[in-house]
Design a protein around this ligand. Structure first.
Ligand SMILES: NC(=O)C1=CN([C@@H]2O[C@H](COP(=O)(O)OP(=O)(O)OC[C@H]3O[C@@H](n4cnc5c(N)ncnc54)[C@H](O)[C@@H]3O)[C@@H](O)[C@H]2O)[C@@H](O)CC1
Ligand SMILES: [K+]
Length: 568
C-alpha cells in the first residue's frame, strides 16, 4: 500500500516539520530540488557526464522556488540554464525568494512568455509553475506556455518535459484540470510530460482523473519528513497481530505498494496515521485456517439472466469460485437451465424462477453472499429479485450477515426505484462504471463532470465517498482509476496506471469477473471494504500477469498463479 496525501495534508506535514525546529523550509526546498535533479539523472543517465541545456519555468510560489534550486544545481554541473519567471520576484514567498536571489547571482531570469521560450530550443524543460498550491485556472503567460507545451502549436515536448510535483494546471487532489476550457491541455489530455517528480508521498491527483495521463512517469522523492508522521499500529491492534506499517521510512511489516490508500481529507494528526487493519486479507486469502469443509469457505449465489444472457453470470461465478468461495451456485430461470447446465462443471445450478423462489433458496443460511446484475435484465423479474435479495439478510457465524453485490442491471434497477435504493444496507456493495454511477447518483456525477473552477477540485474520491454515504454501503466506482469508498469515509484507490497499467483489462465481461471476485471474497467472510479492495487489486494483477490478448475468461484462470505469487 502507498499512502496518498492531499495538498492540505502535505502542507500540514511540512508545517509540523518546520515548527519542530529540526528542519527549515529552505532545507526542504533544497531537498526537493535535489530530488528533481536526481530523478533527471536517473531518467537520462547519459546526461550525468554530458551537461545539456534546460529551460526552467518558475511560478510565483514554492513550486517556483524548487525550480530555482534545480537551476542552481544544474548550472553548478555545467548545464546551460534558461530561467523564466511568471510573476513578480518581489512577491515570491520567503524560501522561493531566497532561492531566486541565489540563482540571480549565477544567471539571468527572463519574464515567462511563449515567445521568450521559443527563442531557442533546450534539451529539457522543467515545469515549476504550480504544484500543490494551484487554486484557480491558469491564465496569461502560464496558460500560453502550458498549452504550447501541451502541443497547441503542433510541437511535442512530452519526451523532454519534467514536472515538479505536478503538471501545472492539474489539481493534485483530484487529478482534474482546473479551468473550464482545460487550461490549454485540451489538445491531448493524455500526453504532456515525460516525468513528474513528487515529494514525500504521491498525491491522489497523480492516480485519478487526468493525472496519470499528464504526469508521464511518476517518481516520488523522499525529502525527510517521515519523522513527522506516525505510522504506529493503533492502540486497538491485537497483540501479536502483524503490523502493517512503515516506521522511519522502513517497512517493518508487510507493505504492498500496489494498493493505494487515501486517508481522510484534512486532519493531519489522526488521519495521517497508517491505520492498522485487523484481519487484513493477505493473511486469509489462502485457505489455511478456514476449516476443511467446503461450506466453511462460504457459499455464493450468483443470479443469472435468461436464455442467451447467461454468460455474464457464468463469468462472475467462475471468478467467485477461483477466488476461493467454497461453493458457488448459479441461480437460473427455467428457460436458461439447459443452456447453463451444458457449460458449467464445478459450479452448482439452482432453478430460480422468480422472487419467491429466491426467498425460499435464501432460507439456507449457508448462502453468505449474493451477486445480482450481470446479464440479469431490467424487467419486473429482475426488480423483484433485487428486492428479495435485499430483504433476506441471513446471519450465520462467522459471517456478520449476508452480503449482496449489485452490479450492471441491478444498478440500473435501483437507480429507477427509490424504494429499492432505500433498502440498501451495510453488507451491500455497488460496483458502477461511470455511466451507471451517473444514473445512480446524477447530482454527484454532475459535480464531477462540471468544469473545475477552482482547486482543490471535486474529485472521484469525493464523489465515491459521497455516494457511499448516501447509499449506506460500499461503492466501488470502476475505471482505470477505481475508487472504493465506505460510508465511514474510508477510501482506497486501485489505480491501473504507471507500473500497473493494464489497458487490455477494458474488455467485455471483465466487470462481471470483478463482481464475481468480490462476491467470492464476501462469501468467505471478508468485510465489504476488504472484499472490494482486494478483488479490485487482484483483478488488475490477473490482467498484468496475463498481458495483452486477455479476454474476460482468462481472468479467473490466471488467478491461481497470482495467488501463488502472493504466497497465500
Ligand atoms: N509542502 C511541502 O512540504 C513542500 C513543498 N514544496 C513545493 O512547494 C509547492 C507548493 O507551493 P505553494 O503552496 O507556494 O504553491 P504553488 O507554488 O503550487 O503555487 C503558488 C501560488 O500561486 C497562487 N496561485 C494558485 N493558482 C494560481 C493560478 N492559476 N495563477 C496564478 N497564481 C495562482 C497561489 O496563491 C499559490 O500559493 C509544492 O508543489 C512543491 O513543489 C517543496 O519545496 C518541498 C516541500
Ligand atoms: K509544476
Amino acid at each position: 500500500m502507498t499512502e496518498l496525501l492531499t495538498a492540505a495534508q502535505m502542507r500540514s506535514l511540512e508545517t509540523a516539520a518546520i515548527e519542530s525546529g529540526e528542519v527549515t523550509g529552505l532545507e526542504l526546498m533544497e531537498r526537493a530540488g535535489r530530488g528533481v535533479v536526481e530523478a533527471v539523472f536517473e531518467e537520462w543517465p547519459a546526461y550525468r557526464n554530458a551537461p545539456q541545456s534546460v529551460a526552467i519555468l518558475c511560478g510565483p510560489g514554492n513550486n517556483g522556488g524548487d525550480g530555482f534550486v534545480v537551476a542552481r544545481l544544474l548550472y553548478g554541473k555545467g548545464w546551460q540554464v534558461g530561467v523564466f519567471l511568471c510573476g513578480d520576484p518581489e512577491k515570491l514567498p520567503p524560501d522561493a525568494k531566497t532561492n531566486y536571489e541565489l540563482w540571480v547571482a549565477d544567471g539571468p531570469v527572463a519574464e515567462l512568455s511563449e515567445k521568450a521560450l521559443r527563442a531557442m530550443p533546450y534539451t529539457l524543460y522543467i515545469d515549476a509553475l504550480f504544484g500543490t498550491g494551484l487554486t484557480r485556472p491558469l491564465e496569461g503567460a502560464a496558460k500560453d506556455v502550458i498549452s504550447h507545451m501541451a502541443g497547441r502549436n503542433g510541437d511535442d515536448f512530452s519526451d523532454a518535459l519534467i514536472c515538479i510535483d505536478a503538471p501545472s494546471g492539474l489539481c493534485t487532489d483530484s487529478g482534474r484540470i482546473v479551468g473550464s476550457d482545460s487550461s490549454g491541455f485540451a489538445n491531448d489530455i493524455n500526453r504532456f510530460a515525460k516525468l513528474t517528480v513528487a515529494f514525500d508521498s504521491p498525491k491522489a491527483g497523480h492516480f485519478i482523473g487526468h493525472g496519470p495521463g499528464l504526469c508521464g512517469k511518476l517518481v516520488v522523492k523522499d525529502i525527510g519528513l517521515q519523522n513527522w508522521r506516525c505510522f504506529q499500529p493503533s492502540k486497538n491492534a491485537k497483540p501479536g497481530s502483524r503490523p502493517f506499517v512503515l516506521r522511519d521510512g522502513k517497512a517493518v511489516g508487510i507493505l504492498r505498494p500496489q494498493m493505494l490508500e487515501l486517508i481522510g481529507p484534512d486532519r493531519l494528526v489522526d488521519d495521517i496515521r497508517y491505520r492498522y487493519q485487523p484481519g487484513w486479507p493477505w493473511d486469509s486469502l489462502g485457505k489455511a485456517g478456514w476449516g476443511n469443509h467446503k461450506y466453511s469457505h462460504g457459499h455464493a449465489l450468483i443470479l443469472s439472466g435468461g436464455a442467451g444472457k447467461t454468460g455474464a453470470a457464468r463469468l462472475a461465478a467462475r471468478g467467485a469460485l477461483r477466488i476461493g468461495a467454497g461453493v458457488v451456485t448459479l441461480g437460473v430461470p427455467p428457460v436458461a437451465q439447459m443452456e447453463v447446465a451444458g457449460q458449467i462443471t464445478a459450479l452448482m445450478l439452482r432453478r430460480i424462477e422468480d422472487a419467491s423462489a429466491l426467498t425460499a433458496v435464501l432460507a439456507d443460511k449457508r448462502i453468505t453472499a449474493l451477486c445480482l446484475g450481470p446479464g440479469m435484465g431490467i424487467d419486473q423479474r429482475g426488480e423483484a429479485l433485487v428486492k428479495a435479495a435485499l430483504e433476506a439478510r441471513g446471519f450465520h457465524p462467522p459471517y456478520e450477515g449476508r452480503s449482496v453485490v449489485l452490479d450492471a442491471d441491478a444498478l440500473t434497477l435501483i437507480s429507477q426505484d427509490e424504494a429499492l435504493f432505500g433498502m440498501l444496507h451495510e453488507r451491500c456493495i455497488l460496483t458502477p462504471h461511470a455511466g451507471e454511477f451517473a444514473r445512480l447518483f446524477p447530482d454527484i456525477a454532475a459535480k464531477l463532470t462540471a468544469p473545475a473552477v477552482s482547486g482543490p477540485a471535486y474529485s472521484k474520491v469525493d464523489a465515491t465517498r459521497e455516494a457511499a454515504k448516501r447509499a449506506g454501503c460500499v461503492v466501488l466506482f470502476k475505471g482505470p482509476d477505481t475508487v472504493i469508498a465506505a460510508p465511514s469515509g474510508a477510501c482506497r484507490i486501485s489505480s491501473a496506471h504507471y507500473a500497473r497499467a493494464a489497458p487490455w483489462l477494458a474488455t467485455a465481461g471483465s466487470g462481471d469477473v470483478l463482481a464475481g471476485f468480490i462476491t467470492g471474497l464476501l462469501a468467505r467472510g471478508f468485510a465489504p471494504m476488504q472484499a472490494a479492495e482486494t478483488a479490485a487489486w487482484l483483478h488488475v494483477d490477473c490482467a498484468l500477469a496475463f498481458g495483452p490478448g486477455l479476454i474476460a475468461e482468462d481472468l479467473p484462470e490466471t488467478l491461481p498463479a497470482v495467488l501463488r505469487a502472493l504466497e497465500v
